[in-house]
Design a protein around this ligand. Structure first.
Ligand SMILES: *[C@@H]1O[C@H](CO)[C@@H](O)[C@H](O)[C@H]1NC(C)=O
Ligand SMILES: *[C@@H]1O[C@H](CO)[C@@H](O)[C@H](O)[C@H]1NC(C)=O
Ligand SMILES: *[C@@H]1O[C@H](CO)[C@@H](O)[C@H](O)[C@H]1NC(C)=O
Ligand SMILES: *[C@@H]1O[C@H](CO)[C@@H](O)[C@H](O)[C@H]1NC(C)=O
Ligand SMILES: *[C@@H]1O[C@H](CO)[C@@H](O)[C@H](O)[C@H]1NC(C)=O
Length: 459
């Protein structure tokens, strides 16, 4: 155990960041086309959060009762860059070869990407101590960012904001929604919250770690030995969570990921039909440390269609994109996944956020949950398990509601299922792993049109 702890914590001392000399609180720039804007907001003194807003060229505003929506995309990790990964590898107007993405969610809404929490991607802190340690601290910074962007812009205030999250981003999404509602009620934030969507979201770590064993056994990736080892570590994690030993629980989770990897001969956590990529595992210690992390962008990179293109996301973000944006300080190097950010959140990583979902449901906020069928790390089985734990009064009726099948385009193949009761909505997306918009762009696009009640919706 001591070894695990030292791996996690040593990082803090090896990479003291120094970023000097940013004076402006909110330096903003504007692209020539007028459809893109970006900037930094100093969310706390010396803590700078980067945002990038795309206005949709597909905007329709025929009916005043159907306003054009805006989506805030929250990436996971913790420490993964939404500005890089979500934007260029999942839903933005351009892919990582800078070619137009046909399935961009701009077809349905405006898109706001952020590098959240500070320390992620282009966001930076001038003192390592300013990195957030809890989801609530991240939510407070994001609320400040929204105040900066929305309060001075009446045209934006007319767009209902939908917070759409992936993976760990789901924990920020529910804490942010509650924090934003509070700020709205207090008159500090001028925006209309449209709803929250939790894509393959790490809402209840305990339920996910208990799903891994049975799921992998069912699909022949584990035998009984693997199942037993996995379940006994999951039990240990459950006890650690119950006793509030969240750092220990994080370390056990890393241990469990190693057990899963070795007993499944290297299953891909983001799509259980696959083996984890070709990357050679040279150093077992290094590997275990970053498992959630390093695998993240590797999976998406492997989806890139065009060989000989711009290359990996890191060179893109530190090269041509950094040049275009102009305001990224020279000493800020974009990383897909910040290990420092992850490490600071180690005490919050395994905390569930089910009660926050309950609070949102009780307040009448639309909560959508969507899950890729082939995801392992945030498996549908685990998502369904935490949904069952909701105290929300509509749960029984939600459970007995019959699902509707989903299709896409002219296809007669079943692409998913949907059901909804009052303000809880659930999409099962077939054939998708962890990264639903990349794996199933057509059904994901229609889904997001429905979630945001976009005037451009096509279902
Ligand atoms: C582009 O997306 C539209 C729907 O948004 C779809 O009808 C069309 O087939 C797509 N084209 C390609 C080449 O994928
Ligand atoms: C604010 O609103 C104006 C239109 O009134 C728009 O041109 C501008 O891009 C908006 N700024 C932001 C940050 O959205
Ligand atoms: C929630 O979503 C439904 C559509 O699914 C919509 O009719 C309703 O107005 C939304 N409620 C709120 C409070 O936004
Ligand atoms: C559940 O459904 C029943 C019958 O459809 C209805 O009478 C009841 O009010 C519903 N309960 C809640 C909490 O929505
Ligand atoms: C779908 O079917 C309609 C009618 O048969 C056809 O006009 C249209 O081109 C088809 N769309 C696609 C994307 O194949």
């Amino acid at each position: 155990m001591g070894k695990w702890c030292s791996i996690v914590f040593s990082l803090l001392f090896f990479f003291p960041l120094f970023h000097g000399g940013i004076a402006a609180a909110a330096a903003a720039a504007k692209a020539q086309e007028g459809l893109e804007e970006w900037g930094y907001v100093e969310v706390r003194p010396k803590a700078h959060m980067f945002w990038w807003l795309y206005r949709s060229p597909y905007r329709v505003e025929d009916d005043p009762s159907k306003p054009w929506p805006i989506i805030l995309w929250l990436q996971g990790g913790p420490g993964a860059s939404g500005v890089g990964i979500g934007n260029f590898q999942e839903i933005g107007p351009l892919d990582s070869d800078l070619k137009p993405r046909n399935s961009t969610w701009l077809r349905k809404a405006d898109l706001l990407f952020v590098d959240n929490p500070v320390g992620t991607g282009y966001s930076f802190v001038e003192d390592e101590e300013l990195l957030v340690k809890t989801d609530e601290e991240a939510a407070a910074d994001l609320t400040t960012l929204l105040e900066e962007i929305f309060n001075r812009n009446e045209s934006l205030q007319k767009c209902p904001l939908h917070i759409v999250a992936e993976s760990y981003g789901g924990k920020y999404a529910v804490t942010l929604a509650l924090s934003a509602l509070k700020a709205i009620e207090a008159g500090k934030l001028k925006l209309k919250l449209g709803g929250v969507a939790l894509g393959d979201s790490w809402i209840s770590p305990e339920d996910f770690v208990f799903s891994w064993g049975p799921l992998l056994k069912d699909i022949s990736r584990f035998d009984n030995n693997g199942l037993q080892k996995s379940n006994s570590l999951a039990l240990k994690i459950k006890q650690q969570i119950e006793q509030g030993q969240y750092v220990d629980a994080t370390n056990s989770w890393m241990q469990l990921e190693s057990v899963v990897t070795s007993n499944s001969n290297n299953v891909d956590f983001y799509n259980f039909l696959l083996d984890f990529g070709s990357e050679a595992i040279t150093d077992q210690v290094d590997f275990s440390k970053g498992i959630a992390v390093k695998r993240y962008s590797t999976y998406l990179s492997s989806l890139r269609s065009s060989p000989g293109g711009v290359g990996d996301l890191g060179s893109l973000m530190n090269g041509v994109i950094k040049k275009k944006l102009k305001i990224i300080p020279e000493n800020v190097e974009w990383e897909g996944q910040s290990e420092n950010v992850f490490t600071k959140l180690v005490g919050d990583f395994m905390k569930p956020r089910i009660s926050e979902v309950d609070e949102l449901l009780a307040k009448g906020v639309n909560v959508t949950v969507y899950n890729g069928q082939l995801d392992l790390i945030c498996a549908t089985m685990g998502t369904e398990a935490w949904i069952e734990k909701l105290k929300w009064e509509g749960l029984l009726n939600f459970s007995s509601t019959v699902r509707t099948p989903l299709y896409c385009g002219n296809n007669t193949r079943t692409e998913g299922f949907f059901k909804s009761y009052k303000n809880l909505h659930f999409y099962w997306i077939l054939g998708a792993g962890h990264f639903v918009p990349s794996d199933q762009p057509c059904v994901a696009l229609n889904m997001v049109g429905a979630i945001t009640q976009s005037p451009a919706a096509s279902w």
